[in-house]
Design a binder for this molecule. Structure first.
Ligand code: DX5
Ligand code: ZN
Length: 216
């Protein structure tokens, strides 16, 4: 199983000082930073675009784990790759040629990921598992930070981890939404190795201790 990684989500950082929030993640010892990109259509909220990611790239060495919540992700992989994002993940739910977009992300020299909403069955991503670097399982309905973790997703994490083992694959399994010091161990026991935390990270009294509680 890959080494556990915490990916603090900038959604819960200071949007008037994103570079400062990235620096706080780095100071806590994080190696990844999760960027939530929302279009106001696929999810009912808006965040930031490739220009912001490119500006941020100049201020941080963190691995930029970029979660596209967009109706037309295929139109945006180039701009985010050129912005310097290290991994770009797309949702399985919007209609698009997922295999082609995943391949395009790799051909741009970036890692790719495929994301499932809580209600989307594991079977939806099964045919793509040998073509991805990461599978991201949403443990809340995407769109907003600060929601409660949905335990019903745990068996789906187990299923994806089972397929990874049975098929001899090595993609990362990431969880996102309501992940904190209490829920991360449940996800880890189910097979997750990569943990997005927005609220729990930025509100932690000691972020280094919080990171160690997830990665340790
Ligand atoms: C929600 C985003 C998450 C969000 C998680 O749509 O995908 O990355 O930042 O926030 P918390 O950790 O507060 O649930
Ligand atoms: Zn996210």
């Amino acid at each position: 199983m890959p080494t556990p990684i915490l990916a603090p989500s900038l959604l819960a950082g200071d949007h008037a000082n994103l570079a400062g929030s990235a620096a706080e993640a780095e100071a806590a010892g994080a190696s990844w930073l999760h960027l939530d990109i929302m279009d106001g259509h696929f999810v009912p909220n808006l965040t930031f675009g490739p220009g912001t990611a490119a500006a941020l790239r100049k201020h941080t060495k963190l691995f930029l784990d970029t979660h596209l919540m967009l109706d037309n992700p295929g139109d945006y992989v180039e701009p985010f790759a050129h912005a310097g994002c290290d991994l770009i993940s797309i949702h399985i739910e919007p209609a698009c040629d997922h295999a082609a977009v995943l391949q395009r992300i790799r051909s741009l020299g970036r890692q790719n990921g495929l994301v499932l909403n809580p209600a989307t069955p594991a079977e939806a991503v099964s045919p793509f598992l040998d073509k991805v670097d990461l599978v991201l399982l949403m443990t809340v309905q995407p769109g907003f930070g600060g929601q409660s973790f949905r335990r019903e997703v745990l068996p789906k994490i187990e299923q994806i981890a089972r397929w990874r083992r049975e098929r001899g694959l090595d993609f990362r399994i990431e969880v996102d939404g309501g992940v904190d010091a209490q829920t991360a161990p449940l996800c880890r026991a189910a097979g997750a190795d990569t943990f997005v935390a927005g609220t729990a990270f930025f509100r932690a009294p000691d972020r280094t201790v919080f990171r160690r509680s997830i990665e340790g």
